[in-house]
Design a protein around this ligand. Sequence first.
Ligand code: ZN
Length: 238
Amino acid sequence: MNKQKEYQIRRSSRAKRARIIVTAEKVEVVAPLRMPEKQIQQFMRAKQDWVETAKNKMQQHVDNMTSLAPDSYQQGVLIPYQGKQYTLQVKASLEKNVKIAFEQDFIAYVPEALKGLGLSEQIRQALVIWMGRAAARQAVKTMDHYAPLYQLNPRSISIKAQKSRWGSCGIHNDINLNWLLILAPAEVFEYVVIHELCHIGQRNHSAAFWVLVERHCPDYKQRRSWLKQNGASLMLGL
Ligand SMILES: [Zn+2]
């Protein structure tokens, strides 16, 4: 492989010494204006291992960004739900609209006359609605379990489609949860519910807040790190 092509050199008048920037697209070395090219090459050779590690990390990050959703919604594809993948079956029915059922697998009942047409987008939309309802049921169940333990009682619970957050707790203790959490493992869903409930007791992310979270959920750090690692791909939705 041609060594020259492995990284790009950018000269900067502000650079006091060479430094390396690794992004998903490229490796770049920012060098002082007068640093001889040969010295830059030496520098890069010395940093080879570091660059390799950084590139791998970046690649992992890119891989994690892969959507959990199938490319299209048809017979046999996999649907994420509560941290697992389930097969989608498409069956003809006498219904007028697409209906979703969950019995070991996901079943999309589609109108008999339209079965041959694919209906990928209609199936997707019906699944999103189904997931939202499943998220609501799960949220109520989890809150009913945890709220009484420390008297953290929300005024309301809503399931929302949010692009950038997993949950929130308003000043009047109205809790919002992102429906996409139903695609994550059940423990992660539970953690976010507990997190928002604890905001009823502590409005911030102070040490006292995390103590409260930990009391409900001793392994919250693991659940939280799952969300950090997989959150971006989860946010891509169905
Ligand atoms: Zn919070």
